[in-house]
Ligand binder design. Structure first.
Ligand SMILES: [Zn+2]
Length: 302
């Protein structure tokens, strides 16, 4: 079975044909348009120009969805609604829509961990923070949009404004985009520091977590603040879901440096789990393809 799978992000739409073995037979990407009409036009043209045959269409969206009605409702990085029933030759039986964090968690579980773990939680770090919860081998849905882990409240600072409309969300403090902003600020403050020079070359905010880089005391404080909030987020999530594993993915997973080690150290130094073991933390190895692979897998299974 071939699936035409879309992974929609705030800046680009990745798409491709994925077969029943989760192999990507073809992939490409295009800029994300700014309104529903252009969005549907682009999807229709990809569908009609696509030369490979496919059996179903699957779409991973960065925000809230209504699966029954094939609708995208809202997300912090795409704020307009999309009614996918308007695509040419739409049929409910050949179409799947889901949240991008959910499909990424689903791909990790089915392709990497199904025989080893039944409770795992994925957080994707990019422009925002996406989440997906596999509970007892199934995606946890709640009333339909469970797993928005980027929007758990982690600070009472009302100046930390999140795109979702609340203050103090995890994503507003420690998304991968924030790491880059912090590196920028630190580089301006101390332009001759090793961090500033390396950040100029590599351009990724995760360079802050490279333990080989000699950070100044100001830079260590900024890094430790990020690690503190991520750790507190993971600890709170663990207390609710009692998961066996955390997987961190998203745009940063190609260059995570020593992020996991720093989080583990922080949790070890600050928290105790009497009678329990805090879960392992792993970096996703799908890198940027988890969206189209996971959406295609769900389309085959549902
Ligand atoms: Zn939020």
């Amino acid at each position: 079975m071939n699936i035409l799978s879309f992974d929609v992000g705030g800046t680009s739409i990745k798409y491709g044909i994925v077969n029943e073995h989760s192999e990507i037979k073809f992939k490409d990407s295009i800029n994300t348009p700014s309104n529903e009409d252009s969005f549907l036009e682009i999807i229709n043209s990809i569908i009609s120009k696509n030369k490979m045959k496919f059996d179903k269409i699957s779409v991973a969206m960065p925000g809230f969805i209504d699966k029954q009605n094939a609708m995208y409702l809202y997300g912090t990085n795409i704020k307009y609604k999309i009614d996918f029933k308007k695509i040419n030759n739409f049929s409910h039986s050949n179409f799947l829509i889901d949240n991008d964090g959910n499909v990424a968690a689903y791909a990790e579980y089915h392709l990497n961990y199904r025989d080893k773990k039944t409770n795992l939680i994925m957080l994707t770090f990019g422009t925002g923070i996406g989440g997906g919860i596999i509970n007892d081998g199934k995606l946890l849905r709640g009333n339909s949009n469970a797993g928005e882990l980027g929007h758990i409240l982690i600070s009472d600072n009302i100046e930390i404004i999140c795109n979702c409309g609340k203050n103090g969300c995890l994503e507003a403090i420690v998304s991968a985009k924030k790491w880059t902003e912090v590196c920028n600020e630190l580089s301006l403050k101390e332009p001759d520091s090793e961090l500033a020079i390396l950040f100029q070359q590599r351009k990724v905010g995760s360079i802050l977590f490279d333990e080989k880089v000699r950070l100044t005391s100001v830079q260590i404080l900024a890094r430790d603040r990020i690690i503190k909030y991520i750790s507190r987020g993971l600890v709170s999530i663990f207390e609710i879901f009692n998961n066996e594993l955390f997987i961190l993915g998203g745009s940063m997973s190609e260059e995570a440096y020593d992020l996991v080690n720093l989080i583990q150290q922080n949790i070890h130094n600050n928290f105790e789990f009497k009678g329990r073991v805090f879960p392992d933390i792993k970096i996703s190895n799908f890198q940027s393809d988890s969206g189209i692979i996971g959406a295609a897998l769900l389309a085959q299974h549902e």
